[in-house]
Design a protein around this ligand. Structure first.
Ligand code: RFL
Ligand code: PHB
Length: 387
């Protein structure tokens, strides 16, 4: 088989890239390790920057998001069980969209199907070859080895994928910070406690209230990185969440049986450069942010923006455009890495944190409550820096 761009990974970044390339007249094939229903069973991001909304519109995959998603014009921050609002719309005239990654991925699959996109699921043993020459990709599908020859490979296969691992160690540099805690997430069929997201600092640890729709809520608690799910029956989760929230929210909280519960580690990770020969890394394959800033999926989409533009320019005659992809994408990546690190260190309890450090965090959050300048900086970063 031959294509112009072979895309490894059928998550949100791979599907969006494939759809945008198609709309620019560039052919691609997506190679995904898992069956489609497995990809669609992942509960992950819930907050889209407006730039991400625009990219989904450009891809022709925004109809359901506009019908069923929830534009939010602010968030609530809290410390010491006291909350206050940061009004993005009033501060900088911009909003965010609450619409789950699962739904984004479903819409992108539909858009690809409707345009006859080629997506190969359950590809085993994917391997990338001759990346600095004439690249090709091999894998086994239904017991038969297959080969795809291509001009470029887009590594959209997440943090544990094969793409970054295919780059010789000496050709890349990586930067990593592992945080000494994780997030315990619960999805519950209950109405959200608040119309907007609540990010709460507390001496017992961070808590986040998010949602998917009027009847489906997503909550998170900071827990020790090595904590086990079994330690957190639903009642223990709700009791702890109530302790950490603003008082009015704790009183209003409607609890119910969890429909999903999982623990994720928190880390920051960046690969430089985000390319090797004719391979480009996109999204989680190139970088990871802790979920505190709601940036992971949004960064994957901004990478797709830059790569789609670079490949479009290449096929339009600008042969050097792909060379510029990594620098352009990384400039924005490092801004999101910094913001997510700042949100994480401002809101979480660190294992060695003493009472002095706790008061310093609380003073920082109290300053945010008082200062339009401080809120504006948060707002600009949270709703997303321009491409
Ligand atoms: P994905 O979604 O991991 O998709 C990669 C795909 O590649 C496939 N794959 C392979 N295919 C073929 N061959 C191989 N060898 C392969 N290896 C892997 C995988 O099966 C998969 O289908 O990466 P992508 O597309 O770069 O998308 C990134 C986002 O998924 C991620 O950044 C976000 O989920 C992060 N994130 C959040 N981001 C936000 O923007 N806003 C949020 O509110 C937000 N909340 C979150 C999050 C991530 C979380 N977790 C679970 C880490 C909340 C959580 C709890
Ligand atoms: C979510 O809804 O899953 C979510 C929202 C905001 C975050 C992280 C996760 O910062």
């Amino acid at each position: 088989m031959r294509t112009q761009v072979c895309i490894i990974g059928g998550g949100p970044s791979g599907l969006l890239l494939s759809q945008l390339l198609h709309l620019s007249g560039i052919d691609s094939v997506v190679v995904e390790r898992h069956p489609r229903d497995r990809v669609l069973s992942r509960i992950r991001a819930g907050v889209l920057e407006w730039g991400t909304v625009g990219m989904l519109e450009k891809a022709g995959a925004a109809r359901r998001m506009h019908a069923e998603g929830f534009p939010h014009s602010g968030i609530l921050l809290a410390a010491r069980n006291h909350g206050f609002r940061v009004d993005f719309d009033a501060l900088i005239g911009r909003k965010i969209m609450v619409y789950g990654q699962t739904e984004v991925t479903r819409d992108l699959y539909e858009a690809r199907d409707a345009s006859g996109g080629r997506i190969i699921h359950e590809a085993q043993g994917t391997a990338l070859h001759d990346l600095d020459g004439a690249p090709y990709v091999t894998f086994v599908k239904d017991g038969t080895e297959q080969r795809i020859d291509c001009d470029f490979v887009a590594g959209c296969d997440g943090f544990h994928g094969v793409s970054r691992a295919s780059i010789p160690r000496a050709k890349i540099r990586t930067f990593e910070k592992v945080y000494p805690f994780g997030w315990l997430g619960v999805l519950s069929q209950t109405p959200p406690v608040s119309d907007e997201l609540i990010y709460a600092n507390h001496a017992r640890g961070f808590a986040l209230c998010s949602m998917r729709n009027d009847t489906l809520s997503r909550y998170y608690l900071q827990v020790p990185a090595d904590d086990r799910i079994e330690k957190w029956p639903d009642t223990a989760f709700w009791d702890e969440l109530r302790r950490r929230l603003p008082r009015e929210a704790a009183e209003a909280l409607v609890t119910g049986a969890s429909v999903e519960k999982s623990i994720v580690p928190l880390r920051s990770f960046v690969t430089e450069p985000m390319k090797y020969g004719r391979l480009f890394l996109v999204g989680d394959a190139a970088h990871i942010v802790p979920p505190t800033g709601a940036k992971g999926l949004n960064l994957a989409v901004s990478d797709v923006h830059y790569l789609h533009e670079a490949l479009g320019a290449f096929y339009g005659g600008d042969r050097l455009a792909p060379e510029r992809y990594s620098d352009r994408a990384l400039a924005r990546v490092w801004q999101a890495i910094r913001f997510s690190w700042w949100m994480t260190t401002t809101l979480h309890r660190f294992p060695d944190q003493d009472d002095f450090a706790q008061r310093i965090q609380e003073a920082g959050i109290a300053h945010l409550e008082q200062s339009a300048a401080a809120q504006t900086e948060l707002a600009e970063n949270y709703v997303g820096l321009p491409y």
